[in-house]
Design a protein around this ligand. Structure first.
Ligand SMILES: [Mg+2]
Length: 133
């Protein structure tokens, strides 16, 4: 079955790149900041068509990717969503803050990768998560 993917990045070029890389793996929605991530995430849950994967840029205005990730996990917790059914998240960052990222991603069960976005790394991450066989 086709995956449902949410792409979040404030830079238009990165949104285009991610969309091109991922559109063959699923239906991709694209948003530009953390609040839009939450809106899209909640809407999908309410429509009973949750996302399989969120690619989340960390540096975004209004609400950062880190804040959005925390909020997503809070919402899933408040809705008593089974941990195995939580959405898979790949955090994407331009700056190397590996230690902080490892802590954040371990806490929130997310994966991460560095920019520039590299297709084989991205596909490897998605495979590691178990979304591609
Ligand atoms: Mg950004």
């Amino acid at each position: 079955m086709k995956k449902k993917i949410l792409i979040a990045d404030d830079e238009p070029t990165n949104r285009i790149i991610l969309h091109r890389m991922l559109s063959c793996y699923g239906d991709c929605d694209v948003v530009v900041d953390g609040t839009e991530v939450i809106d899209a995430f909640v809407m999908a849950l309410e429509e009973n068509t949750p996302y399989d994967l969120i690619c989340l840029d960390i540096m975004m205005p209004i609400m950062t990717g880190c804040e959005a990730l925390k909020k997503i996990r809070e919402i899933e917790h408040s809705m008593a969503i089974n941990p195995v059914d939580r959405v898979s998240v790949i955090m994407i960052t331009a700056v190397d803050k590996t230690n902080e990222l490892i802590e954040l991603t371990e806490d929130s069960c997310a994966s991460y990768m560095m920019k520039p976005i590299n297709k084989s790394t991205l596909i490897q991450r998605i495979t590691d998560i178990g979304l591609l066989s």
